[in-house]
Write a protein that binds this ligand. Structure first.
Ligand code: MRU
Length: 333
């Protein structure tokens, strides 16, 4: 698969370049960030998105803070406030903290975080691929654009297709931000995996016709009991899978588990602009000023999960035992 990565760091130019995902798949535009504040704006404004990619961007944001002479404490604060749900942001910033004031160590740690994303996703892709066969449905975008590595759920799908296990992918468009239509469709085209775009409300119909053998999705934050937040619409898919007896898998690096949360009820859910619901790429689709809600994520309770795909292998219920055991072995190592 030709990996289209969401960022590159140019040490000579002291610049983090972000691929502007708001413009994909129509244009490839790269946005330069030379300060932590610019990296934080890139995360906040969705130039870069996807839990692991947000984490790597935040780590390099701290590198930029050192290079541009920003106060590390202030840089950390601004980055922490860029988006609330994906725990990878906070995981990366915690790892950068011991290196405040040391540009070389800071750069080495940011590189290590990025390399960890690549390493863990190779393992996740292999473990996930072994679970998949036939026709698979996925939601949102979990490929290299969302991570900077090989992808989590999409990494597993692409690997399963390479192994001849998966024949076809149903891609949820993922209203309202359309990560599925714009980004996953684009990545699957590049990977040469046969796929069909569907609107989110078509999943039940496909399942009732026996056209979905498994659903695999990404994760923005998982509690230690297995409850997890992912893109809005994920919970509905889990309920549908339960009803139809279809296996449902979240795929994630263990760095997406929040060890401080033992249930999903305290996961902060980002509320985004109503305009992203009432317009599509700037074109109104509802009466002007009509109220709209936009929770960007939902929480799927652990009892709807068949298995959790991690770099340490697939975890099975009871998750409040298997997850802490896997975490004790150290995320990413
Ligand atoms: O709002 P986004 O585009 O950042 O949401 C992304 C998702 O919900 C992904 O499924 C999740 O980050 C997992 S990425 C491997």
């Amino acid at each position: 698969m030709t990996r289209l990565l969401p960022f590159r760091f140019d040490q000579g130019e002291q610049t983090l370049w972000l691929l502007d995902q708001r413009k994909l798949p129509f244009e490839e535009v790269w946005v330069p960030c030379r300060t932590a504040a610019e990296a934080a704006a890139g995360i906040r404004d969705m130039v870069v998105r996807g839990a692991p990619a947000i984490g790597v961007t935040a780590a390099y944001g701290m590198v930029l803070a050192h290079l541009s002479g920003e106060d590390p404490a202030e840089a950390d604060r601004v980055l922490r406030h860029s988006r609330p749900t994906a725990v990878n942001l906070f995981y990366a910033l915690e790892r950068m903290k011991p290196h405040w004031g040391n540009p070389e160590a800071s750069l080495a740690e940011a590189r290590a975080i990025w390399e960890e994303v690549e390493r863990t996703e190779q393992a996740i892709s292999q473990h996930g691929a072994a679970l998949l066969k036939g026709q698979v449905l996925t939601h949102c975008n979990t490929g290299p654009l969302a991570t900077g590595g090989y992808g989590t759920a999409l990494g597993a799908i692409v690997e399963a297709h390479r192994q001849g296990r998966v024949s076809h992918v149903w891609v949820d468009e993922t209203r309202p931000y359309l990560q599925g239509a714009r980004l996953t469709a684009y990545e699957l085209c590049k990977a040469g995996v046969p796929a069909t775009l569907v609107t989110d409300n078509m999943a039940a119909h496909l399942m009732s016709k026996g056209q979905v053998d498994a659903v695999i999705v990404g994760t923005d934050r998982m509690a230690t009991n297995g409850d997890f937040a992912n893109k809005i619409g994920t919970y509905a898919l889990a309920v549908l899978c339960h009803y139809h007896g279809i296996p449902f898998y979240p795929a994630l690096p263990l760095s997406s588990v929040d060890p401080k949360l033992n249930s999903g009820k305290d996961i902060p859910i980002e509320e985004r602009s109503a305009l992203e619901v009432t317009t599509i790429r700037g074109v109104p689709i509802a009466p002007e000023g009509f109220p709209a809600a936009h929770p960007a994520f939902d929480v799927t309770p652990h009892h709807l999960i068949t298995g959790i795909v991690t770099e340490k292998g697939v975890l099975y219920p009871p998750f409040d035992e298997s997850l802490p055991r896997a975490l004790a072995r150290g995320a990413g190592r």
